[in-house]
Write a protein that binds this ligand. Structure first.
Ligand code: CMC
Length: 428
């Protein structure tokens, strides 16, 4: 990082010199940390212009539609790698050698089972509870199982935490589904690959051997890769913020899951399918496009737009391809896919969407693939959370391994000045 300076002129203050950092890739960053000592803060709602940390994990160029993990493009990773290899890359910074990969995969497989006691947490939830609510609770509860044994200052403990989370999330996610379906929980099978094992725990029953389609396992693995990390998004920033207080990492991940749940973030994949249901037919698209453009109507085209990508979301291109592959392979003719493609075509040629640079994002197509696999809509965001866990834990680990401060944003206060307390009987 080379250093330059910016000079800030503020009335009533001497000129303030602020260092400018030049990153390996991307825009220069002005370091405003010294402003607080000079009686000033910066104001940046939604943190659109604020780098909250230094990171070496993921790089996004929103204008170019580029996403790199540790320097490797998401397209290459999605086409040439597999999810556990991407997990290794995100956690340790390099692609593993064959030997390292074997050892990593074997370690993850040896952590897939959850404590038998954990199943009783599920039983406290209503069967019709949203699986994201159940997942938040159960992952938070993991902190009770691994609290005294987790010293966050110990790199080995942090590594074991990462293994535990990556290994147990598919088990926990599948248990969320099985619980809602009223079916027995399935134990993990360590002879299967990561995605095959997930499908086995989702769709298998103790009555017969699971038959796992290699096409579906491959597509699932790709979905995991495409959601694995996305730099400082709302949920990752939440995990970092929670972690900055020194909290238990399992509790921090539960905080990330909560942040992911909303429809503006990970909940969009579920919202896309609900929206397609609502639109119903190609003949209604124009009316819904008009609603999305109407400032007085809260309706938004779900699966469109992104805080960072102001060009095509590169994950959406891979997902679109995958979607066609899966539907062809399964011989599924899905009218919702046709509706989605027509919607995409109409929106992309509409001046409103063009001017605002609103393109389909990763979640526009992921829901259609998941639906084709027989995964219920309410499980979509759970699968996003499962995939993103590695990104969260890689960022948490990066933060804890380096000097860091507790996250504590400031505010522009526009409330009352100090005023006198009025006793209740004198208030009007
Ligand atoms: N449909 C219609 N108008 C939109 C949409 C949309 N999907 N997205 C943004 N706009 C408009 C918005 O109304 C605003 O208009 P104006 O300038 O007139 O006020 C303008 O475009 C800029 O939008 P913004 O909300 O200020 O942009 P943002 O960067 O704060 O929000 C977003 C990004 C993803 C929250 C938003 O585009 C959105 O809500 N999209 C739908 C939800 C969605 O698909 N989310 C998944 C994101 S990808 C998965 C992930 O990584 O989490």
């Amino acid at each position: 990082m080379t250093e330059k300076n910016a000079i800030l002129k503020v009335e009533g203050h001497d000129d303030i010199s602020l260092p400018i950092y030049t990153p390996t890739m991307g825009q220069d960053v002005i370091d405003v940390a010294s402003l607080t000592g000079k009686g000033l803060f910066t104001f940046d709602p939604g943190f659109t212009s604020t780098a909250s940390c230094e990171s070496k994990i993921t790089y996004i160029d929103g204008e170019k539609g580029q996403l790199l993990h540790r320097g490797y493009s998401i397209e290459e990773l999605a086409n040439k790698s597999d999810y556990l290899e991407v997990c290794y890359l995100l956690l340790f910074g390099e692609l593993p050698t064959a030997e390292q990969k074997e050892s990593f995969v074997s370690t993850v497989k040896n952590h897939t089972m959850v404590h038998e006691q954990l199943q009783f947490f599920y039983r406290g939830f209503r069967r019709d509870a949203h699986p994201m609510a159940v997942m938040c609770g159960v992952v938070g509860a993991l902190s009770a199982f691994y609290h005294d044994s987790t010293d966050i200052k110990n790199p080995m403990h942090r590594e074991v935490t990462a293994y535990r989370l990556i290994a147990k999330m598919p088990t926990i996610a599948a248990m969320c589904y099985k619980y809602s379906a009223g079916q027995p929980f399935m134990y993990p099978r360590n002879d299967l690959s990561y995605s095959e094992n997930f499908l086995h725990m989702m769709f298998g029953t103790p009555c017969e051997e699971s038959k796992i389609s290699p096409v579906l396992a491959k597509a699932m693995d790709r979905i995991f890769i495409l959601h694995a990390d996305h730099e400082q998004n709302a949920s990752t920033s939440t995990v970092r913020l929670a972690g900055s207080s020194g909290a238990n990492p399992f509790a921090c991940i539960a905080a990330g899951i909560s942040a992911l749940w909303g429809p503006a973030h990970g909940g969009a994949n579920e919202a896309v399918l609900n929206m397609l249901d609502q639109i119903g037919d190609v003949s209604n698209i124009d009316a819904y496009i008009a609603k999305a453009k109407d400032k007085n109507d809260p309706f938004k085209l779900m699966g469109f737009g992104h805080r960072v990508y102001k060009n095509y979301d590169p994950r959406a291109s891979v997902m679109r391809e995958s979607c066609h592959e899966v539907l062809n392979e399964l011989g599924i003719h899905d009218p919702q896919l046709e509706l989605a493609m027509k919607l995409e075509e109409i929106a992309l040629s509409d001046p409103y969407f063009k001017e605002k640079k609103l393109f389909p994002n990763v979640d526009f197509y992921s829901g259609i693939i998941l639906k084709a696999m027989g995964i219920p809509t309410s499980m979509f965001t759970v699968i996003f959370a499962l995939s993103r866990t590695v990104g969260w834990i890689a960022h948490w680990n990066e933060m804890i391994s380096n000097p860091y401060k507790i996250g504590r944003p400031r505010q522009l206060y526009t409330g009352y000045d100090e005023r006198k307390f009025t006793p209740v009987n004198e208030r009007k």
